[in-house]
Write a protein that binds this ligand. Structure first.
Ligand code: FPP
Length: 244
């Protein structure tokens, strides 16, 4: 089965709110509504996997009121959408350091994962307390522990072993990553997995990102030629050399 994995860095909630004289949490709250719209629209656009960057390992350093507001929004999202996600066959996974998340939220995250475990439609992954460097260092530590126990030979550590030690071990690599709000940075999102992803940086803030915006982006993605480090257009001479 062909997969299409789209990752989204949902940026610009704070600026969107501040520009309207609202507090930052109001921007995140509007952003949470967009999450529901995008999750509903994704399967109709051929998206099989959708990974949303909801909270980074660095976001704990924001003011307490904002962090608490975000935790409340995540909780409300899970409580409010649990049954509908299951009814729409959406399988939800969380990646990141869940042990640092408040216990009541962590229990809800695990309940949502459990309740949607057998869903076979959209694969929705929410990156929460997630950082690519943290994920890689946890994976390397896990492999090192297995080597120390004698359960793994150092020579067995290659790209495949590392990929299967990551939080994303059950997911294909992202094909296309969108970031809203005009910043052109990767910000610690899927560092290993995005090696050959296509990127799009949009000027609009996340609270203004609609199903139509997503449709336009996916259409643009399909027009791109992906090369995976090879040459495009399969030059016949090069192929002849390779075959000899
Ligand atoms: C970045 O915007 C956004 C976040 C740190 C939070 C993203 C969270 C949501 C959209 C809330 C709901 C999510 C789910 C999964 C229910 P920013 O605050 O850094 O914006 P700024 O750069 O304008 O300050």
């Amino acid at each position: 089965m062909n997969t299409l994995h789209v990752g989204i860095i949902m940026d610009g909630n704070g600026r969107w709110a501040e520009a309207r004289g609202l507090n930052r949490v109001a921007g995140h709250s509007r952003g949470a509504r967009r999450v529901s719209d995008i999750v509903s629209a994704a399967p109709g656009l051929g998206i099989t996997h959708l990974t949303l960057y909801a909270f980074s390992t660095e976001n704990w350093q924001r003011p307490l009121a904002e962090v608490n507001g975000l935790m409340r929004l995540f909780r409300n999202y899970i409580l409010g959408r649990m049954e509908s996600l299951r009814a729409h066959d959406v399988r939800v996974r969380f990646i990141g350091m869940r042990h640092r998340v408040p216990v009541h939220l962590r229990q809800l995250m695990e309940m949502l994962e459990e309740r949607t475990r057998n869903c076979r439609g959209l694969n929705l992954t929410i990156a929460l307390d997630y950082g690519g460097r943290d994920e890689l260092s946890r994976a390397v530590r896990g492999l090192a522990e297995r080597v120390a126990e004698g359960a793994l030979a150092p020579e067995a550590i290659g790209e495949e072993a590392l990929a299967s030690a990551l939080d994303t071990r059950d997911l294909p690599d992202p094909d296309f990553i969108i970031r809203t709000s005009g910043e052109c940075r990767v910000s610690n999102f899927l560092l290993w997995q995005a090696t050959y992803a296509e990127y799009e940086f949009l000027k609009i803030a996340w609270p203004d990102f609609t199903a139509e915006t997503l449709a336009g982006s996916v259409k643009g993605y399909h027009r791109r030629q992906r090369r995976f480090g090879q040459i495009g257009g399969a030059a016949p001479a090069a192929r002849a050399v390779a075959e000899n």
